[in-house]
Ligand binder design. Structure first.
Ligand code: PLP
Length: 398
């Protein structure tokens, strides 16, 4: 049965008069999440107190929800776990992967990667010692830069600024051919594209849940470890909840079984409750339908904006195979343009130095919203409505 996106749209609580094209940065509130968190607070925390860890199943949330996310990633069930933030999961995956490629000391990434991923890699290299290095090349040059010095290829599948999508199966195969492992960041893929980690051969994958998966601000991240590495990968962040027997309180660390070892500390139960409720929206959503719908929406937005806004330059690939689920345009006054749009209820965001970015989330955005957003953007550009001092003052979060 084809996915019914009018059903999923009714599951979200969007404010009146807002065209929300920023679900790629912070997903909106699913109606059921507020009630679910409220229940977790009053009935579980309030009434069960510490017995909630067992009685309400809090301790199993990270792996139980991991299985729900695995379906969206094309991952094997039992190999995804939730916890911490994405930056930390990047560090964890990298550290394990480097240890599994002894004798090689180069992490290869691209200049389009999200800075936090690069910062975490640099920090890890510094901790490991002088000879570990992070090398970055342009996104289009990654394949050619993969040589036998590379220990780990670390990429974000969809570029947070341009929306350009890497070819995961091809680059992973090339990495494996030179004896490297591949760590994929799915921050802009999970819940946005037809990502297939198992088929694509990923060794490790990580991502966040507050973007396309709608877990709310500060929601936990996820990590996937390929089944072939599950009992081999050693956790660098060896916290007690990744231990084989946390409540034996042994003085020595022994990694837990499989993906359990990628847990670190106490899970964020309230955020996990919100995420669990948010994932209900994905029941009945076929990922192939999601991808087709996303391409239809981004095609329509590109066509509409290019026909009406000649001074905006498309930064997102036109070819479907290279496109994620966002559309970005360049303009030197991008920041002010985005502020003028937000003042008119069209919420996207700005990424330095000159990118205005719009996320397309089929669960709650349809062609009507695309048409309406194009018309407002066209009006802002045709009248220079952005050219006012109040739109040029930069806020802390852009
Ligand atoms: C959003 C995003 C992050 C954010 O990391 P947090 O630790 O969750 O703040 C990291 N990497 C990428 C690629 C992202 O898109």
């Amino acid at each position: 049965m084809p996915t019914d996106f009018s059903r999923t749209r009714d599951l979200f609580d969007l404010p009146e008069g807002v065209l929300y094209l920023d679900g790629n940065s912070l997903g909106p509130l699913p109606r059921s999440a507020a009630a679910r968190v409220q229940r977790t607070i009053t009935e579980e925390w309030g009434q069960m107190l510490i017995t909630g860890w067992n009685k309400a199943g809090w301790m199993d949330l990270p792996t139980r929800i991991g299985d729900r996310i695995a379906r969206l990633l094309g991952a094997e069930p039992g190999h995804v776990v939730l916890g911490d933030t994405l930056s930390i999961k990047v560090y964890q995956a990298l550290a394990s992967a480097l240890e599994m490629t002894p004798g090689k000391r180069v992490i290869l990434s691209d200049t389009g990667n999200f800075p936090s991923d690069l910062y975490m890699a640099e920090g890890l290299c510094r901790t490991l010692g002088e000879s570990y290095t992070l090398k970055t090349v342009a996104p289009e040059e990654v394949a050619d830069a993969l040589d036998d010095t590379v220990a780990v290829l670390m990429l974000t599948e969809v570029d947070y600024r341009t929306g350009r999508r890497h070819d995961m199966p091809a680059l992973t195969a090339k990495a494996h051919a030179v004896g490297a492992l591949a760590v994929w960041d799915l921050a802009h893929s999970a819940g946005a594209t037809d990502v297939k980690v198992a088929e694509g051969g990923a060794d490790f994958a990580v991502g966040c849940t507050y973007k396309y998966l709608n877990s709310g601000p500060g929601g936990p991240a996820f990590i996937y470890v390929a089944p072939r590495h599950a009992e081999v990968a050693r956790p660098a962040l060896s916290g007690w909840l990744g231990h084989e027997a946390p409540f034996a309180f042994n003085l020595d660390y022994r990694p837990g079984r499989g993906i359990e070892r990628m847990r670190v500390g106490t899970p964020p139960v309230l955020q996990l409750a919100a995420l669990d409720a948010a994932l209900d929206a994905w029941d009945g959503v076929e990922i192939a339908d999601l991808r087709a719908r996303s391409l239809e929406l981004t095609d329509a937005f590109i066509a509409g904006v290019e026909a009406s806004c000649p001074t905006l330059t498309l930064a997102t690939p036109r070819e479907h195979r290279w496109r994620g689920s966002q559309v970005s345009f360049r303009h030197p006054e991008g920041y002010a343009i985005m502020q003028a749009l937000i003042a008119r209820g069209v919420i996207g965001d700005f990424r330095a130095p000159d990118i205005i970015r719009f996320g397309f989330t089929p669960l709650f955005i349809g062609l009507d919203e695309v048409t309406a957003a194009v018309a407002i953007l066209a009006e802002v550009m045709a009248t220079d409505a952005w050219d006012r001092p109040e739109f040029k003052t930069r806020a802390k979060v852009t």
